[in-house]
Design a protein around this ligand. Structure first.
Ligand code: GLN
Length: 454
């Protein structure tokens, strides 16, 4: 049914870069046979899933939304893909995204725009617009995203789906094409909080192949979601982050947020206002740290090791000239912009002024979180200041595009988990997201609050 739906709507929506219909059907049949034999299977066995094209899949093209990797077939699976295969979820295919996960609108993909199923003149968010749109268009019931600076949560907000960025280190990064290694985290994209909890438990847990992987197993999320669904939040302290509400937030977004806070109060939660003064500089710090790490991570695309290779037709065929020609043609404008910012920020003479300062701001943000979590069990805010904007609206203004990430980025800089859940629609009829943040390794709290609000 999902493959039929993809065939019917994806020519318009363009959520998928690659559809793996035969593999998906083979897994589905295998699940049927095993069930018929009475075999005990994972609760999600047989439930189809779509995977963001930045996650490597053995034998299946993985592009990261870039021309640089067109036709690249990885020889191995990411750890999270291995787990999905072991649990026998049919993989429907790979979803579209901003090139190398840089963007908030999926307009920076080399494989065309993904359209927002709510209004096809509007963006589906980014960088994981494909995964979110696939869910919103009923092309897939589950998907995987990655969130370096909001790329799971912001697409979730603007498409009316659930998106979870787990605690940094909770889901293995082995097999993710790295954007900014100290910020990247894979997580669930779903239609309900309970689905996200099930998927998070499946893909999470320690992985010896990822040196930043946390030792503890990923458990307790399903239980927390079930408990939250009972709707009683007596004793829970909810903190509204002062710096992430009010000015700059679309009136309809703010109104839906206030209504949901009232619902939390009705459920028995105590609501307090907390201040995180450093959050106002989070965006500036992120847009230095992230390009700095990306410029280093993307150095491997040199025209020799992966994907595209362009040989200059004039002059000598030196490694440097092949590299320059390949990177010149293979990378899009946004990727080039970030490589330039990143290498500049890291260069000697500027390192302390830019990268060094940004790292200090990062510490201040972590401290703000620590102080805020002394006053509240979870923090809440709108996920994104506006609903989905129209294509082209922010394409020529990188700073306006970056501003979209104002509420999502602090969590990445501090490594704390974050969830976005559907929060009604704004005055323009477009979906709004409600963000819940929890302390490191306390992801279960988000599932409890999220399920209570759902
Ligand atoms: N909008 C963010 C950026 O462009 C998204 C990053 C991400 O989470 N992949 O950097």
């Amino acid at each position: 049914a999902h493959l039929d739906r993809i065939a019917a709507v994806d020519p318009t929506i363009n959520a998928f870069v690659t559809v793996t219909a035969e593999d998906a059907l083979a897994t589905a049949r295998d699940v049927d046979e095993r069930r018929a034999r009475g075999e005990q299977l994972h609760p999600l066995a047989g439930v189809p899933i779509a995977i963001k094209d930045v996650v490597v899949t053995d034998g299946v093209q993985t592009t990261a939304g870039s021309k640089m990797l067109e036709g690249w077939i990885p020889p191995y699976d990411a750890t999270l893909v291995e787990k999905i295969k072991e649990a026998r979820l049919p993989i429907l295919g790979k979803t579209n995204m901003d090139e190398f996960a840089m963007g908030s609108s999926t307009e920076h993909s080399a494989y065309g725009n993904t359209l927002n199923p709510w209004d096809i003149e509007r963006i589906p968010g980014g960088s994981g617009g494909g995964s979110a749109a696939a869910l919103a268009a009923f092309e897939a019931p589950l998907a995987i995203g990655t969130d370096t600076g909001g790329s799971i949560r912001q697409p979730g907000a603007v498409t009316g789906t659930v998106g979870v960025k787990p605690t940094y280190g909770s889901v293995s990064r082995y097999g993710l094409i790295a954007m900014a290694s100290s910020l990247d985290q894979a997580g669930p994209v779903t239609r309900t909080v309970l689905d996200a909890a099930l998927l998070h438990e499946l893909i999470g847990g320690h992985d010896p192949k990822d040196s930043t992987s946390l030792p503890q197993p990923a458990t307790g999320y399903v239980k927390a979601a079930q408990e939250g669904a009972l709707g009683d939040l007596t004793g829970v302290r909810v903190g509204i982050v002062k710096e992430l509400t009010g000015e700059g937030y679309q009136p309809g977004v703010q109104a839906r947020f206030d209504e949901s806070v009232a619902l939390l109060r009705d459920a028995g939660a105590t609501v307090v206002e907390v201040s995180c003064p450093s959050f106002t500089t989070a965006l500036a710090a992120y847009y230095l740290i992230m390009p700095a790490e990306a410029s280093s991570n993307l150095a491997k695309f040199d025209g020799m090791r992966f994907g595209l290779r362009v040989e200059p037709t004039d002059g000598p065929l030196t490694a440097e000239r092949v590299m320059a020609a390949t990177r010149g043609q293979g990378f899009g404008d946004e990727v080039k912009r970030r490589i330039i910012i990143g290498t500049y920020a890291l260069s000697s003479g500027y390192y302390d002024a830019y990268y060094g300062s940004a790292q200090k701001v990062r510490t201040l943000i972590q401290r703000d979180f620590t102080a805020a979590f002394e006053q509240a069990d979870v923090l809440v805010s709108p996920t994104s200041p506006t609903t989905a904007f129209k294509f082209g609206e922010k394409l020529d203004d990188p700073l306006a595009m970056y501003l979209n990430d104002i509420a999502t980025i602090p969590a990445n800089l501090a490594g704390v988990p974050g969830m976005s859940l559907p929060n009604g629609v704004s005055d323009d009829g477009m979906p709004v997201g409600f963000q819940i943040l929890a302390p490191i390794s306390e992801d279960a709290r988000m599932y409890r609050i999220g399920a209570a609000l759902e």
